[in-house]
Design a protein around this ligand. Structure first.
Ligand SMILES: CCCCCCCCC/C=C/C(=O)SCCNC(=O)CCNC(=O)[C@H](O)C(C)(C)COP(=O)(O)OP(=O)(O)OC[C@H]1O[C@@H](n2cnc3c(N)ncnc32)[C@H](O)[C@@H]1OP(=O)(O)O
Ligand SMILES: NC(=O)C1=CN([C@@H]2O[C@H](COP(=O)(O)OP(=O)(O)OC[C@H]3O[C@@H](n4cnc5c(N)ncnc54)[C@H](OP(=O)(O)O)[C@@H]3O)[C@@H](O)[C@H]2O)C=CC1
Length: 309
């Protein structure tokens, strides 16, 4: 028998897929991929114009797409969205919770309101959509969900609010996998690194310059990621080929989550003074430490520190 890829033509034929934030960036790319593989795609967000544009593109390519407006921070709006999809199409097989975002800020400058906003958008918003999809369709018929999170592992410098929110979504995903498996619901998350997408417009020019200037090479792959690279992971998780993948978080980050400390440059003064022993004589590299490392220790001992402890 001839070999067939899991991504064969018409893989999602007859299935209905909902992509939140599907008018722009990663969501738009996911919508294109799913439509090209036969799904009827519903793209949903707050602004009509980008959604309609994505819809037009998909239709011109021979796919099927529809627009729904939603604010995922509003429970009633989400409820209406899911009810509309089920009423119009009679089913909802695939859900991609992609809508979300945040702003870049040192943690000490994030107001309580700002932190709450980002948690509500990403964590509560994603939960609200999952819950409504489960109640109005998937509890009875099953379904597959992918939640987009971010490279929050080991903390998220300059994005403390989104780090907390995405960790919450990842953990919620693991819980729902265990609670909702009995309904035939499979749920995973995808954690993109820094991706070249419309999302970059949300950051002021100096930040964009920082990213394109040097930051973009500071990961094991030496570059940023693409929307298509995130989308192909999402599509795979939605596909039958991933039928035994449940509760996972798939990192699509070129390895950046393994080396994120480089994001925050260190000042000349060391912020946290090294402990070199209670006696001045101890640990200064005179005995069993190679000389170059001993010099480093001596530098640490001599360095000024901003620590007040
Ligand atoms: C080295 C480089 C590494 C760079 C490393 C780069 C890694 C990139 C990884 C991730 C990339 C992406 O996700 S790209 C995708 C980005 N896309 C998005 O973010 C789209 C969605 N974003 C949004 O809608 C907004 O950003 C968001 C703030 C979340 C919601 O907007 P709202 O209009 O609802 O909120 P507002 O009413 O304006 O504000 C609510 C509160 O938040 C505060 N707030 C809002 N913007 C603020 C800001 N810029 N700075 C401080 N505080 C802010 C306000 O003061 C309010 O606080 P109070 O007055 O106190 O209540
Ligand atoms: N690009 C990157 O480097 C990374 C992106 N991500 C995440 O991937 C997802 C897609 O980002 P990306 O495509 O890059 O950026 P975009 O800013 O283009 O995408 C965000 C999408 O979410 C929608 N959205 C925002 N708030 C709401 C809301 N309250 N209700 C409904 N829809 C909403 C927006 O549409 P509208 O404004 O019309 O509502 C928009 O389509 C986001 O969750 C983002 O945080 C994660 C890691 C890295």
């Amino acid at each position: 028998m001839a070999y067939q890829s899991v991504f064969r033509t018409g893989l999602f034929k007859g299935q209905v897929a909902l992509v939140t934030g599907g008018g722009t960036g990663i969501g738009r790319c996911v919508a294109h991929e799913l439509a090209s593989l036969g799904a009827t795609v519903v793209v949903a967000a707050r602004r009509r114009e980008p959604l309609e544009q994505t819809c037009r593109e998909i239709t011109e390519n021979g796919g099927q797409a529809h627009v729904e407006l939603v604010n995922i921070r509003d429970e009633e709006s989400v409820d209406t969205l899911i009810r509309n999809v089920v009423a119009k199409f009679g089913r909802l097989h695939l859900l991609v919770n992609n809508a979300g975002g945040q702003f870049l800020s040192p943690a000490e400058n994030i107001s309580v309101g700002g932190f709450r906003t980002v948690l509500e958008l990403n964590a509560v918003g994603t939960w609200t959509v999952c819950r409504a999809a489960m109640l109005h369709w998937m509890k009875e018929h099953g379904g597959i969900i992918v939640n987009i999170v971010a490279d929050y592992f080991n903390g998220f410098p300059l994005m403390a609010h989104t780090g907390a929110a995405r960790a919450a979504v990842d953990n919620m995903t693991k819980t729902l996998c265990q609670e909702w498996g009995k309904f035939g619901i499979r749920i995973n998350s995808v954690a993109p690194g820094t991706i070249i997408s419309s999302g970059m417009q949300n950051y002021p020019p100096p930040v964009q310059q920082m990213i394109t200037g040097g930051f973009h090479t500071e990961n094991p792959s030496g570059r940023l990621g693409t929307e298509a690279e995130v989308s192909s992971a999402v599509v795979w998780l939605l596909s039958p080929g991933a039928a035994y993948v449940n509760g996972a978080c798939l990192r699509v980050d070129g390895g950046s989550s393994l080396s994120k400390a480089a994001m925050i440059p260190h000042p000349d003064d060391i912020p946290i003074k090294a402990f070199l022993g209670y006696s001045d004589a101890s640990c200064l590299g005179e005995r069993d430490i190679p000389p170059a490392f001993g010099e480093l220790l001596a530098q640490y001992a001599a360095k000024k520190t901003t620590s007040k402890l």
